[in-house]
Design a protein around this ligand. Structure first.
Ligand code: FES
Length: 571
């Protein structure tokens, strides 16, 4: 590509006053003149923040990327965007995913950037950055922060999924409150994101399966020196991608999305995958539908023995051959010809890999579990669909009818769940309303409600739970999520009453409220919105424009791309 064709030259290549201004204030950072000679300018979009502990090592990764960019003859420029730390942000990081995507999109377009490296880690930092970059569509490469090393406590390995177990054990007096606190530091003991196949790991797998990262991006631990090497190599590669004009839309084809769905099934990925992949597809203009997740998961067994669907951790996946070795096991199923950022196809990237531990990566013939993927259930309770992850559910509950025990919102749940008088038994179905995109707002990760203490004490470990919210990717149980339309827009979930019979038949994809249409019509006529809608600020914008879960919960006006062209161009 000719130097003058680079978009950065519309800034740094200018003569006269404008060019003076564009260059002079960069030079105050100690940048020599030859950096403005028409070489590719590579943005490093950094989500480092001390409030996003999973991304706390990203300054080091950015330095490694810079080295690579310089080695390849590029000009690296690091810039921050809003960072979403899953553990601290309230009411939920998901509320801000779309906001960050706007930050990323506008930051890339507005600046002299020819190619961009996205540093992604904690859950929402991946989809928000990829969504924003898709709406600009310049050459883009993703580096994930990598998983933490597994935790150790009292002689056993632990990870994020244990929080739910420890919480239940603490409630039942199986561990002391002090032991509960002591386990904290033993769990999160190194840099990196959650070590299980939670949403962050799922997103890291997603970008690798989509072809947006170099091979092995998903599983190299954050603390492993090879994470820095991958970052440096990514820095070198993005410069070449700019020269090849390898934009996102050349990689993110329909085949790449289908690959990502199949790989997600094989690794037992988070249900959050659905909502994020739909939103990414909407930005890049690929026609993806919630039913595709069910269809392309069909016949894909669980190959990865990683928590919460299995027993192990992301580092074990890496030591066993990594994601490329797992994808090679699926070579008879996936689109091997799909292009990836290194210029090779996904099939070529995986061809020479080997599996070193069959307890971590199984074969298609003898999979770790037959149940896998994401099932999409529908019925009069979820006309537009709801999702369930069978590999994290109790098989005997995947077909179940029970009496609804209804919580009108999360506060109602917290107030009554441990009331000894609560009329609930192991066969009941817990229903939580108003935790969807508009209702919460931001679709909170509260769908895997902790069971009532009195049932935990009886030894009950799982019950069917239904909500319009999400579940942490580290969570587990027979949990029906993302019910669409949500209660806060008057979806049928809003009409459920205590004692109604609900039937879940995941095998037949059914979620049915056993109440007559006449009765539902009466309830619908009497329904009133109980949740508060905000009248100002970003939350108002979000509640006004967010779409329902089955569409990816993006905001209606953000779908698609505005390209990389700036609209006005002068000082
Ligand atoms: Fe950041 Fe789990 S809390 S990845």
């Amino acid at each position: 590509m000719e130097k003058q064709q680079l978009r950065s030259q519309n800034w740094f290549g200018k003569k006269g006053k404008d060019g003076f201004i564009y260059r002079a204030w960069m030079k105050n950072q100690g940048i020599p003149p030859d950096m403005f000679d028409g070489r590719p300018v590579i943005g490093i979009c950094n989500t480092w923040s001390e409030l996003t502990p999973c991304n706390g090592h990203f300054r080091e990764l950015a330095e490694a990327v810079k080295k690579g960019v310089l080695e390849a003859g590029g000009f690296p420029v690091e810039f921050p965007v809003m960072s979403l730390g899953e553990t601290l942000i309230k009411p939920t990081a998901m509320l801000y995913r779309n906001l960050v995507s706007m930050d990323v999109e506008e930051s890339i377009r507005a600046n002299p950037i020819d190619g961009v490296v996205l540093l992604c880690g904690c859950d929402k930092t991946t989809p928000s950055l990829v969504m924003g970059a898709c709406s600009v569509n310049i050459p883009t490469l993703v580096i994930s922060g990598g998983p933490m090393l597994k935790g150790h406590w009292k002689g056993r390995d632990i990870g994020t999924s244990d929080i739910w177990r420890f919480d239940a054990d603490n409630k039942m007096g199986k561990i002391t409150p002090q032991e509960f606190v002591d386990s904290e530091a033993c769990m999160a003991r190194t840099q990196g994101h959650c070590a299980v196949m939670g949403t962050a790991s799922t997103m890291a797998v997603m970008v690798e399966a989509l072809g947006l990262s170099l091979p092995d991006n998903a599983s190299i631990p954050a603390a492993d020196a090879r994470r820095k090497v991958l970052s440096q190599l990514s820095g070198r590669r993005i410069v070449e991608m700019v020269k090849e004009d390898m934009t996102l839309s050349k990689i993110l084809t329909r085949a790449a999305f289908e690959n990502a769905i199949m790989v997600n099934a094989a690794i037992g990925g988070s249900t959050n995958f659905v909502i994020h992949l739909l939103a990414i597809a909407g930005r890049i203009g690929i026609d993806l539908d919630i039913n595709d997740f069910d269809q392309f998961s069909q016949g894909i067994p669980l190959l990865a023995n990683i928590q919460p669907s299995g027993e192990n951790y992301m580092e074990d996946l890496y030591y066993s051959g990594g994601l490329p070795a797992l994808i090679k096991e699926m070579s008879s199923l996936i689109h091997n010809e799909a292009l990836t950022v290194n210029g090779k196809t996904i099939g070529e990237n995986c061809a020479s890999t080997e599996v070193y531990n069959r307890n971590i990566i199984s074969t298609l013939k003898e999979p770790f579990k037959q149940e896998s993927g994401i099932l999409v259930v529908k019925g009069n309770l979820a006309p537009d669909g709801a999702v369930i992850k069978p590999s994290a559910a109790s098989p005997e509950l995947l077909k179940h009818s029970g009496k609804a025990v209804v919580f009108e919102n999360i506060e109602d749940y917290h107030a009554r769940i441990d009331d000894p008088e609560l009329d609930i038994d192991a066969n009941s179905i817990m229903v939580l309303k108003n935790v969807g995109p508009k209702g919460y707002p931001g679709m909170a990760e509260v769908g895997n409600m902790t069971l009532p203490k009195k049932l935990l004490l009886e030894g009950v470990t799982d019950m069917v739970r239904i909500s319009d919210g999400r579940m942490s990717g580290t969570g587990f149980g027979t949990v029906v999520l993302h019910v669409s339309p949500e209660a806060a827009v008057g979806g049928p979930l809003a009409l459920v009453k205590n004692g109604d019979i609900i039937t879940l038949d995941a095998y037949k994809r059914i979620l049915q409220l056993e109440v007559t249409e006449e009765e539902l019509a009466i309830r619908r006529a009497a329904w009133k919105l109980t949740e508060k809608m905000q009248s100002r600020g970003y939350v108002h914008l979000y509640q006004t424009h967010v779409e329902q879960a089955h569409l990816g919960a993006d905001m209606d006006f953000l779908k698609g791309s505005s390209g990389s062209k700036v609209t006005r161009d002068s000082h």
